[in-house]
Design a protein around this ligand. Sequence first.
Ligand code: ZN
Length: 445
Amino acid sequence: MRPTRLWALLLAATTALPAAAAPILFENARVFDGTRDLGITPVLIDGARIVHVGTPLPAAATGARRIDYTGKTLLPGLVSDHAHVGNTQGLEHGDRFYTHDNVVRDLRQFQRYGITTVTALGMNGADFFAIRKAVNSDPGLGAQLYGAGGGIGAPDGAPPADTMGLSHDPVARPRNAEEARAAVAIQHADGVDLIKLWVDDLGGKRPMMTPEVYRAAIAEAHAHGLKVAAHIHDLEQARDLVDAKVDILAHGIRDRAVDPMLARKMRDQGTWYIPTIAIDEANYRYAEHPLALQQPFLRQALHADVLARWSQPDWQRTQLASSGVAAARKAVATNLDNVRRLHAAGVKLGFGTDAGAMPQRVIGVAEHRELQLLVEAGLMPSEALQVATTRAAALLGLTDRGRIAAGKRADLLVLDADPLVDIANTQRIGTVWQAGQEVAGPITE
Ligand SMILES: [Zn+2]
C-alpha cells in the first residue's frame, strides 16, 4: 500500500513539473501594465510570477517557450473589490446556495471573464475560510478569493434577511457598541480580510445601523489592523461614515450630488470609493437590450433558466414597466455624475459591481459593463483599467498583483483588441492566465 502511494505521489510530482518549469515569453503584444501603455514589449513569466518586462531580455528568456501575441493587448487580471459568491442558483438567490461547489462555480466564471481576484463582500457562509484556502492554492479552480466573512448588518435591517433569502443568516447584527466590537473581534479571529458594514435604511423602510454601532465597529476593526468597507446608498450615510473614518464606501452615492467638502475630505483621508454603477442598471439593462442575449459574451454567463426567462418578450415588458425602473435610471445618472465629481477631486476609486448577489448582477459580464460605465462617467479607458487593476489591488492592500512588472503574480488578461482605443474591447477575451497557468480562452458559443 505505502510504496504504491509513494510512487503515485512521485509520478504526480514529475508529471506536474514540466508545465511549470519552463519560463514563458509573451511576444509582440501591446502591454498595459496597470498604470500605463508600455507599447509593444515582451513579458517573461516563470512559474507563478512575472520575472521581466521589456527589452533587453535577460538570459533566462533564451530557453523560454515563446507565445506570439501579435495584435493582442496584455493587461493585469482584473480585481473586483465588491462581489458576492455562492449566493445564486438560476433565478433564485439566498444563503442556501452557499456551498463549496457553487462558490467555486462562481469563481471559475469570474476567471473565465478575466477577473482573477474577487472580494466576496459579505454574506459568506462558514465554509468561506476553507474554500478561500483551497481556491487560492489551485489556480485551476477559479479566481483568487478574499472577503469579509458574513459581514455586519442591522437587526431587522440591511442586508434584509427576507429579500436576500438569508434563512441561516450569516450576518452579525449587533444592537450596541459592545456587541459591535465583539462581532468585529470574532470576525478578525476567524480570519476575514476586511470588515463589511451595511449602513442603509433602504429608503426609510428598515431600521438603519446606528452611528454608535458603526463607529464602535470601525474603531475596533482599525485596532485589529482591518479596513472597513461600508454599504451605503445615500449622501448622508456616506458623510457620517467618512466622518467616522470608514476606509471604503462600497457603493456609489445615489440619492443626490456629492458636495466639494465631502469630496475633499475623502481625498485627504484616502477614503476609497467603489461606484458599482452597474448595480442599478442591471435592473433594466437586459430587458432593454434583449439582442445582447444572442451574443456568447452574455449568453455564456447565464444559467439556462435565466436565459429562458429574460428571452420572453412578456418578461421584458413587465420588467421595464415595473415601478423600480425609473428610480434605478435616476440612481445610475446620479452615480455617474458623482463618479465624475469624485474622480475629478482626486478621490481613489476601487472596482466592483455587486455581481453574484442577485441573478441580474451577472458574474463577469457586470465587470466589463462597469468599465464602460466608468468611461461614460468621464474616465479615460486607461484610467478605468487602472481602477480595475492597480487601484483595485491597492484597495485590498495586495502588492503582488494588479500590475505587469517583475515580481508580480502572472495573473494576466489577453485581449484580441485594444481596450485603450475602445473600452468595449475588454469583452474580446483571448486568454486568461492565473499564477502562470493558462486557465481560460475565448468566450464562444
Ligand atoms: Zn454587495
